[in-house]
Design a binder for this molecule. Structure first.
Ligand code: ZN
Ligand code: FE
Length: 257
């Protein structure tokens, strides 16, 4: 299994370092260079590439500082403005990193931002702010339709795919998931597991696609219980799964768990 290291940044961001032999890493979404440079020096690692999922500052803010120290390629969405971008990407492109013996497929996952992409390969998914464990990104630039289609695309990946999200939001997301599905025993079991892991100072991530399909309300709009909860909250019948998704997203936007 490819080792993936985490560098915490800001309040709740994770900058993922995908490790290849010998001592080389790809850096995913470096919002801040300082903690990454410290980590690389401490662990004697050399960066080989930067992979960005979308243009928000907490994901690209450290790119220029990293480039000042290391001349490495920057991969990112073709449709967004990414500092230092050398390899503009869109769905269907592949990222080949021979230094890391890794290859990723690029998926377009608009919704949080217009050009948001995800990287999928070697049984791992780096999905930025599109899919969170038990949650999903806010709709800053895209529509509910776009985001629902993006999440459906990610949900169709193999169930054992490891999901590396860019934020530690799992505990708060699970409080919302329980409000939507109070009778889903797996959500409660997962909540216990996560609170133990967090108490030990470990990240809640990675999750898996299979788990997310069982506990993430935003991937479960087709479930009767989730539809009923969304209709109760919205006070109206919801015709399509995408309408259920849109109601869940609105509900979560002002949910105070
Ligand atoms: Zn973002
Ligand atoms: Fe973010």
């Amino acid at each position: 299994m490819t080792p993936v290291l985490h560098v915490p940044a800001f309040e709740d961001n994770y900058i993922w370092l995908i490790r290849g032999a010998p001592g080389q890493v790809a850096i995913v979404d470096p919002g801040d260079a300082g903690p990454v440079l410290d980590f690389l020096a401490r662990e004697r690692l050399t960066p080989a590439a930067i992979l960005c999922t979308h243009h928000h500052g907490d994901h690209v803010g450290g790119v220029q500082d990293l480039l000042r120290r290391h001349a490495i390629p920057v991969y990112g969405p073709a449709r967004e403005r990414i500092p230092g971008l050398t390899h503009p990407l869109a769905e269907g492109d592949r990222v080949r990193l021979p230094e890391l013996a890794l290859e990723f497929a690029v998926l377009d996952v608009p919704g949080h931002t217009h050009g948001h992409i995800a990287y999928y390969g070697a049984g791992m998914l780096f999905c930025g702010d599109t899919l969170f464990s038990a949650g999903c990104g806010r709709l800053f630039e895209g529509t509910a339709e776009e985001m629902y289609r993006s999440l459906t695309k990610l949900a169709a990946l193999p169930p054992d795919t490891l999901v590396y999200c860019a934020h530690e939001y799992t505990a708060a997301n699970l409080r919302f998931a329980i409000a939507v599905e109070p009778d889903n025993a797996e959500i409660r079991a997962y909540q216990r597991e996560i609170s133990e892991r967090r108490a030990r100072g470990e990240p809640s991530l990675p999750s898996t696609i299979g788990r997310e399909r069982r506990i993430n309300p935003f991937l479960r709009a087709a479930e009767a219980s989730v539809r009923r909860a969304a209709e109760r909250h919205g006070g109206r019948r919801l015709a399509e799964n995408v309408n259920v998704f849109a109601e869940l997203r609105r509900w979560k936007d002002d949910f105070r768990g």
